[in-house]
Unconditional design. Sequence first.
Length: 327
Amino acid sequence: MTLGRRQVLGALAAMAAGWRVPAAAQTGAWPQKSVRFVVGAAAGGSASDVVTRYYAEQMAQRSGQAVVVENRPGADGNLAAEFVARAAPDAHTFLVTGNNTHAANVHLYKSLSFDPDKDFAPVTTYARVPYVLLANPNRVAARNLKDFIAHAKANPGKLSYASAAVASRVGVGQLKLMAGFEAMNVNYKSGAQAMSDLLGGHVDFYIADAANGLQQAKAGRAVALAVTVAQRLQAAPELPTIAESGFPEFDFASWLAVWAPAGSPPAHVQAASKAINDALGSASGQQHLDKLGLLPYPGSPESLLALQRRETERWGRAIRTAGLQAK
């Protein structure tokens, strides 16, 4: 059989990138056609979207196939998860989300239209997401965490905070519990909407992912009070942690990962896992994560499956501790 020019170029591109599956595999090389990453967040409004667009571009260059990013925000990632769960199981459509759809939402929703365990094939983790506590400078005079908490305690229940995902609600819930103050939650469909209302002065504070939060703080549009992880971020070494600001046990982050529909060819899933890890493990990939304030979190299908099981239990405890009710 004679191969066409397009087939030859595609095979050479796959071989050059090191993504060819073993010869014994009956499913052939991956990718065999265009690839789609479905992100459970709005375009430009979250770390998952920004990083996905980076590795999608890298994968397109290396594979010679089109790689597109499709945003389906809403319902804490459930809309995107339901869509991918029903997609063809050929490892060319992927879900990009994190601990919301595959750890927390089973505790936050009375019922889900998909099964996080049975409807997906784990591909890989790729980043841990620290968060930044932001305040609107025109509504809150505090410029550090100590003064912010004092202000919140002096005005019980009068402050409002934005939340757009499970992590932001749970993060604030843990801080309120540890620091002993009350505030009113205002829930949004997307991080972009939540940030817009914070900057517009409609809410007082917001725990935003570092990729978005640091950008707004550095531009002077919001005040960054502290980061949620135990160690300072390389992207903002001047910003103290909540742990060093009086709450040593506070260490809060979420994670981002990729899943394929259940039943996808294992060889293709492994190839996709390697492609994502290669893109973000390169020098430019590391720089990209650092610039966004994200922490590298390479993985595999096996490690993601184990993480998902552990985190489902951990997020259940955190949600109950924060007093969040199932919808």
